[in-house]
Design a protein around this ligand. Structure first.
Ligand code: HSE
Length: 442
């Protein structure tokens, strides 16, 4: 049986998980892939870092170059995290013609274009299944499973921390800060949880999926992002009364043409991350706790759903093992670009400006409870050609201000932004309006 020698960078949670999984499942992997895997070295920050998984000291080095430059190491597994030194590690390995397996979504988001170009130029390849949705094999599905499909849309719950927070706020009426502290304790959240709650971790992941689905590199600056800090108990309750759950969704959609059908060819692609009202009848509404799910609509396959653990030692290790096997098989068969990373498809290779993107909206206003208020709000919306589909004002309030909930028909983001600016200036409107997009999945 052939043997492939691996070198790993990173001995933390994911690195420890991969080390352990290679020990426990190495034989299974070898018999399935027809290749034996030998992990030769692991570069770590320090020998005496606290670790959940024991790694023998003789396997460790504190010099990542000793891994990348080792002539015996054929595949480099980068699990160090970060975007500065990690970029150097990955580039150096690719320049040596060595395939790289990485779980680093922040790195790919920031430097993906450069790294994929380096892989191509040096006849190596970059494998990144673990970078999006942990254990869910969504990269393989998009790249290979749906190779014959035009991808009409992708809706992803790709941040376990945000889904955990929103689920517990919904189920228990718990407050944001308490639940975030629990997510950190349970190890779902990033070291810097603002990456999670402000939507940037989801942005990294949805940018990778968008690039893969549409065959051009979607730069992170082109992706509109809103996190979940502004979601209140009030909004969760009103949304539920209207038949919706609030989820943080990453959305990739082909620009809609007449009759809301995705453009067949030549159109731009919408890519965004924002809290979304999801109809309770839709399968994504019932994805709770720290689970991830990715709903993909292809023109041939129709609707598909991928569900599972998006983070954690073992689910991430599962994805890394799959990439190690793929990288080794591609080496064995001398096919580093067996499936090219980015081949332009039928979009025009551009991201649709947010202002042009059309959506439905939930709008919550804090208004003075006085006759004529609704008429004034409706007049502004009407002037901008924005239609109201329903209005709700809870009865029996005791506060000086009352919540006024409006569900808005399809409207471009730019028109909504203009309308909200004017509405905010009305003397009867007492706080910044809350606007959340509503998704129909049609
Ligand atoms: N912090 C991420 C999450 C972990 O909550 O999903 C993996 O990217």
């Amino acid at each position: 049986m052939d043997q492939v020698t691996l070198g790993m960078i990173g001995g933390g949670t994911v690195g420890g998980g991969v080390y352990q999984a290679l020990k426990s499942s190495g034989n299974l992997l070898a018999s399935r892939a027809g290749i034996r895997f030998r992990l030769k070295k692991i570069a770590v920050k320090a020998f005496d870092e606290p670790r959940k998984v024991f790694i023998p000291e003789k396997m460790m080095t504190t010099d990542w170059r000793a891994v990348v430059d080792d002539p015996e190491v054929q595949i480099v597994v980068e699990l160090a995290g970060g975007t500065t030194v990690a970029r150097q590690m990955v580039l150096t390995a690719l320049q040596r013609g060595k395939p790289v397996v990485t779980a680093n979504k922040a790195l790919l988001s920031a430097h993906g274009e450069e790294l994929f170009a380096a892989a191509r130029d040096h006849g190596a390849n970059l494998y990144y299944e673990a970078s999006v949705a942990g254990g869910i094999p969504i990269i393989k599905a998009l790249r290979e499973g749906f190779i014959g499909n035009r991808i009409e849309s992708i809706y992803g719950i790709v941040n376990g921390t945000c889904n955990y927070i929103l689920s517990r706020m919904t189920a228990e009426g718990a407050d944001f800060d308490t639940v975030l502290a629990d997510a950190q304790r349970l190890g779902y959240a990033e070291a810097d949880p603002t990456l999670d709650v402000d939507g940037h971790d989801s942005l990294h992941k949805i940018g990778i999926l968008a690039s893969l689905a549409h065959g051009f590199w979607v730069a992170p600056e082109r992706i509109h992002v809103e996190g979940i800090r502004g979601i209140s108990q009030q909004d969760i309750r009103f949304a539920r009364e209207l038949g919706y759950a609030i989820k943080l969704l990453g959305v990739v959609k082909k620009q809609r043409g007449k009759g809301r059908k995705p453009s067949r060819s030549g159109g731009a692609v919408q890519v965004a991350v924002h809290p979304t009202l999801v109809p309770e009848s839709h399968v994504l509404a019932s994805v709770s706790d720290s689970f991830n799910a990715v709903f993909v609509q292809g023109d041939i396959v129709g609707d598909t759903l991928f569900y599972g653990r998006g983070a954690g030692q073992d689910p991430t290790a599962s994805a890394v093992l799959a990439d190690i096997a793929d990288a080794a098989l591609d080496l064995k068969h001398e096919a580093p670009d067996r499936v090219p990373a980015f081949v332009p498809h039928d979009s025009n290779g551009s991201v649709q400006p947010l202002g042009e993107c059309v959506s439905r909206y939930y709008l919550r206003l804090a208004v003075v409870d006085r006759p004529g208020v609704l008429a004034r709000v409706a007049a502004i919306l009407g002037k901008m050609n924005i239609g109201i589909s329903s209005v709700m004002q809870p009865e029996g309030h005791s506060a000086r201000h009352v919540a006024l909930i409006l569900m808005i028909h399809d409207a471009p983001n730019a028109a909504m932004a203009r309308a909200l600016k004017e509405i905010r200036r009305l003397p009867v409107v007492k706080a910044a309006p809350v606007m959340i997009r509503v998704e129909d999945f049609d």
